[in-house]
Design a protein around this ligand. Structure first.
Ligand SMILES: O=C[C@H](O)[C@H](O)COP(=O)(O)O
Ligand SMILES: C=C(OP(=O)(O)O)C(=O)O
Length: 432
């Protein structure tokens, strides 16, 4: 079931089956937390969500590109000013490069200020014969393999609200102060290209006379914990409901059941909504998802985030895009080249290879080019730090280096250099 009703609110998703919800051990504590969160101010404004929907409408029409990226899982102890700035800097550099390649503006959406909850393949983790609940993100429990840490604690929902507010506060302050004006971002990219001989091939892209990406950074996260999302779902000026936990929310591959609570929630809020599509999805399911979430075919409302894996993208995606087009849908199509390309390194670390990530992006653009549809952009797990979590790239992170700075709370992220390099390689694809 999809959880606790905030006082005074009638939420149509309550009572429907909700996948991937924690087994909160203390129902009274959860109820109290939801009531408290419901009385706190929203984290974002409905008008900001509307503005993002307008920006995404441009991407749906091929007049803009989208860069959505950030941590797999934000972590409470990693919300320092330096880390947030590094992420924003990385996103800004990537947006500048993509804009240069595509010749259109880039809409930048962070996986930021709310990306604290994780769906898991297994509800339980077993180590040395001991079984404990899986880590589900800092909003639910802790990563340490102890009974205490893994116990879902509703007090963490409060902390998620607090750290999300702090992150948004910094983002807004940076925007007011004019952090990283376009010419500075371009200078960082020139420095990136000049700093290694293998990167010099990217220099011509920076000489293209095209619009430079705007400094706006919107926030997004997976709308997974419906108790939290419900507490922050509030009416906008016209009375329509908005998920005011972030500007954009998405529904994951594991929670997009048509009769489930997450799809119902997504259908009720006015925000721009993303839906992840893995290789097992059928074209009929894609159409049904669009009918539920975007019955009015409102440009910018619906984003499909394809995460097929490099082996499947060229086989599976064409049928979906073709059918969607034939039925008159005009979603934004994004490529998430991370979630279908995860594997275990010999050391046991979960990792992803830069080449596989790039190849899935290439496959995604090939499919859209062949069909004459708009490839809207990319959705990536990345960080601004110099971590060693994904292998490959010109810097050549090897399997033997993974242990050096493996800091992710869940899945492996591209580091700063791999992220900017991926933007350049994608821009090369776009520039043809
Ligand atoms: O980020 C996505 C999922 O939460 C993650 O890939 C699940 O990982 P698991 O298969 O280790 O549970
Ligand atoms: C869980 C995620 O992805 P997916 O639903 O595609 O597996 C994610 O993007 O964090």
């Amino acid at each position: 079931m999809s959880g606790v009703a905030p006082p005074g609110a009638e939420h149509s998703w309550q009572g429907l089956p909700a996948a991937q919800q924690p087994q909160w051990p203390d129902a009274a504590a959860l109820r109290a937390t939801v009531a408290e969160l419901s009385a706190l101010p929203p984290l974002v404004l409905a008008t900001e969500c509307d503005r993002l929907r307008e920006r995404l409408a441009l991407a749906a029409r091929g007049e803009a590109m989208v860069l959505q990226g950030g941590d797999c899982a934000e972590a409470f102890h990693q919300i320092s000013s330096g880390q947030v700035r590094a992420k924003v800097r990385t996103l800004r550099q990537m947006a500048d490069v993509l804009s240069a390649g595509a010749g259109v503006p880039v809409v930048t959406v962070g996986r930021l200020a709310g990306q604290y909850s994780k769906p898991r393949s297994q509800p339980v983790e077993v180590r040395g014969g001991v079984a404990l609940p899986s880590y589900r993100g800092d909003s639910v429990n802790g990563p340490a393999f102890t009974k205490e840490a893994r116990r879902p604690d509703p007090g963490r929902l409060h902390r998620m609200y607090g750290v999300s507010a702090a992150t948004l506060n910094l983002l807004r302050a940076l925007a007011v102060e004019g952090f990283a004006p376009s010419h500075e971002v371009r200078a960082w990219n020139r420095e990136f290209v000049a700093s290694a001989p293998a990167r010099r091939r990217f220099a011509p892209l920076l000489r293209r006379g095209v619009p430079v990406a705007s400094g706006e950074v919107f926030t997004s996260h997976e709308a997974l914990l419906l108790d939290y999302e419900g507490a922050l779902a509030r009416p906008g000026a016209d009375g329509g409901l908005y998920a005011l936990s972030g500007h954009m929310v998405w529904i994951g591959e594991r929670t997009r059941q048509l009769d489930g609570a997450h799809v119902e929630f997504a259908s009720r809020v006015r925000n721009p909504v993303g839906v992840k599509l893995g290789p097992g999805v059928s074209a009929d399911e894609v159409l049904a998802l669009a009918d539920r979430i975007d019955p009015d075919r409102e440009p910018g409302r619906l984003t499909f985030i394809s995460r097929m894996g490099t082996e499947r993208v060229r086989d599976v995606l064409p049928g979906l895009v073709d059918k969607a087009r034939a039925e008159g849908l005009a979603p934004v199509w994004l490529c998430d080249p991370m979630h279908g390309n995860t594997f275990a390194a010999p050391s046991g670390h979960k990792t992803r290879s830069f080449d596989a990530v790039l190849d899935e992006v290439a496959g995604f653009f090939e499919v859209h080019r062949a069909l004459g549809t708009h490839a809207g952009g990319v959705h990536l797990e990345l960080t601004g730090d110099h971590v060693t979590e994904c292998v490959g790239g010109l810097e050549g992170v090897g399997h033997e280096q993974l242990h050096e700075r493996y800091e992710t709370a869940c899945d492996p992220r591209l580091n700063h250099a791999q992220s900017v390099e991926l933007a350049f390689r994608t821009a090369e694809l776009l520039a043809g």
